[in-house]
Design a binder for this molecule. Structure first.
Ligand SMILES: O=C(O)C(=O)C[C@H](O)[C@H](O)COP(=O)(O)O
Length: 208
């Protein structure tokens, strides 16, 4: 099992994927990996998400496949059973974090406030998702949290785009960012894998 810290340092951007049609899972993963983005977050927002995780794991060996939108013990168990190599949650509850720690699968839990950060530090977690990044205060908020809590490393996600990704990545307490702009619904629906690979290449060229 790869530690979440190493996963966060694998690529500067983690694509957040919403897969509506199962047959898109493997070509989409290939398109992103070909563009240099190996760490893939498949959100559990669609009925085919768990099967998509299994297929990508089986057919795209270079990918590091994680589950997003893990919100409780039930979705955590489903994600782990599907073979997820990491878990991402939009927020935190004690039940969820305790279950994740027990499972042994690394989790990137979502926070927006110093209190949430401190609760996770008490549980031994120092890598976190900052979600929803732009709406929750963006770059100034991360800089402010980094003052008293410099030991925490973040993956800002939510409203991150090619316009602001480099600025986020320049922060001391940011290892990578997450976002959906490499594989938005219209490009996936159109099966425009070429454009998705082009966007992935551009994203993977950003420096963390
Ligand atoms: O589904 C989840 O678990 C999430 O946490 C939400 C995603 O991270 C954001 O929807 C990505 O945000 P955008 O890049 O602004 O589209």
């Amino acid at each position: 099992m790869t530690a979440i810290k190493d996963i966060m340092h694998t690529s500067p951007v983690i694509p957040v994927m919403v897969i509506n049609r199962l047959e898109h899972a493997v070509p989409l993963a290939h398109a992103l990996v070909e563009g240099g983005l190996k760490v893939l977050e498949i959100t559990l927002r669609t009925p085919v998400a768990l099967e998509a995780i299994k297929r990508i794991k089986a057919e795209v060996p270079d990918a590091i496949v994680g589950a997003g939108t893990v919100i409780n013990q039930e979705t955590l168990k489903q994600a782990v059973d599907a073979g997820s190599e990491f878990l991402v949650s939009p927020g935190v509850t004690d039940n969820l974090i305790d279950a994740a720690l027990k499972s042994g699968v690394p989790i990137l839990p979502g926070v927006i406030s110093p209190s949430e950060v401190m609760r996770l530090l008490e549980k031994g977690i120092s890598e976190m998702k900052f979600f929803p990044a732009e709406a929750a205060g963006g770059i100034p908020m991360l800089k402010s949290i980094g003052g008293p809590l410099p030991q925490v490393t973040f993956c800002p996600t939510g409203g991150v785009s090619p316009k602001n990704a480099a600025e986020y990545l320049a922060l001391k307490n940011v290892a990578c960012v997450g976002g959906s702009w490499m594989a938005p619904a219209d490009l996936v629906d159109a099966e425009d894998w070429t454009e998705i690979t082009r966007r992935a290449k551009e994203a993977s060229a950003l420096s963390a």
